[in-house]
Write a protein that binds this ligand. Structure first.
Ligand SMILES: NC(=O)C1=CN([C@@H]2O[C@H](COP(=O)(O)OP(=O)(O)OC[C@H]3O[C@@H](n4cnc5c(N)ncnc54)[C@H](OP(=O)(O)O)[C@@H]3O)[C@@H](O)[C@H]2O)C=CC1
Ligand SMILES: O=C(O)[C@@H]1CCC=N1
Length: 256
């Protein structure tokens, strides 16, 4: 399977690295393009067998074409390439619908919209996948590719905006909590670097408690920490008095 990645920025570069380290695509079958060379040269140093080019046309003769440019550049990038079935189009452009994309390529071709988050650079992404005109096999392949870069989930296109807020924007919201907790720790005399590690490991632990037990729920895990009359319930109730739950709901909805 030959894969072209158009755009070697945060997302394109991370997907290229993820694919190159994965089991489904041979490194020499990956071509990455960008208007200038520095990002491509960096990739080439890391993966000497990877193909790089500043010419999108040269790369577009691939089985799967992943477009990873900013949303407002998608039209000018895709139109000249005249992509058509049996090629598969994969777009990571947030907010660009299948209907939008269909104006720039063969509208009947298989298409995927993929929304990773920035943890894809560590192969720890929550990646959302929606499909149109795709076979079951093509969809399974896409899930396999992105499950190697974290956790991938197939959802309907109409859920993408809300799910993007939870996952891509969600990285920023979680980090805002980390920053706030660090500020409190520093005020209490903990060194910033130590506070960052303490909070980050705690966030990872909380995530694993949920991800590694299908039968659990945040409420159950919170109950395990909150000793009646103890210190945790004081903090949890303080968060509620200050509108924490409401603030998070408003933030997620603001990003949809
Ligand atoms: N960042 C995030 O968390 C998420 C981003 N996305 C989506 O991913 C897409 C890419 O975002 P991101 O990677 O952050 O952006 P970047 O700006 O980091 O990457 C875009 C890349 O595209 C390159 N580029 C520009 N024009 C062309 C062209 N004509 N042909 C080939 N390459 C070109 C740019 O080159 P250069 O700048 O070197 O000139 C740059 O390297 C966006 O559509 C965004 O909506 C989706 C989910 C999450
Ligand atoms: O903030 C944004 O618009 C982009 C899309 C999803 C994450 N970052």
């Amino acid at each position: 399977m030959k894969v072209a990645i158009i755009g070697a920025g945060n997302m394109g570069g991370a997907i290229a690295r993820g694919l190159a380290q994965g089991h489904y695509v041979r490194v020499q079958d990956i071509t990455v393009t960008n208007p200038s060379m520095p990002k491509l040269e960096k990739l080439k140093v890391e993966f000497p067998a990877i193909q790089v080019s500043t010419d999108n046309h040269e790369a577009a003769d691939a089985d799967v074409v992943i477009v990873a440019v900013k949303p407002w550049k998608v039209e000018e990038v895709l139109k000249p390439l005249r992509l058509r079935q049996p090629q598969v189009l994969v777009s990571v452009a947030a907010g660009m619908t299948f209907e939008d994309l269909a104006h720039f390529v063969d509208p009947e071709m298989p298409m995927f919209r993929i929304i990773p988050n920035t943890a894809i650079s560590l192969r720890a992404s929550m990646t959302l996948i929606a499909c149109r005109n795709a076979s079951e096999q093509q969809t399974l392949t896409m899930l396999d590719l992105f499950n190697e870069m974290g956790l991938a989930m197939l959802i309907e296109e109409k859920q993408l905006a809300a799910a993007t807020s939870l996952t891509s924007c969600g990285i920023a919201y979680v980090l805002k909590y980390v920053q706030a907790a660090m500020q409190a720790g520093v005020e209490a005399g903990i060194r910033p670097k130590d506070a960052m590690k303490m909070v980050a490991q705690t966030v990872e632990g909380a995530a694993r408690l949920l991800l590694e037990n299908e039968d659990t729920h945040p409420a159950l895990e919170i109950e395990k920490v909150t000793t009646p009359g103890g210190i945790t319930i004081k903090g949890v109730n303080s968060l509620e008095h200050d509108g924490f739950t409401s603030a998070v709901i408003k933030a997620i909805k603001a990003s949809i």
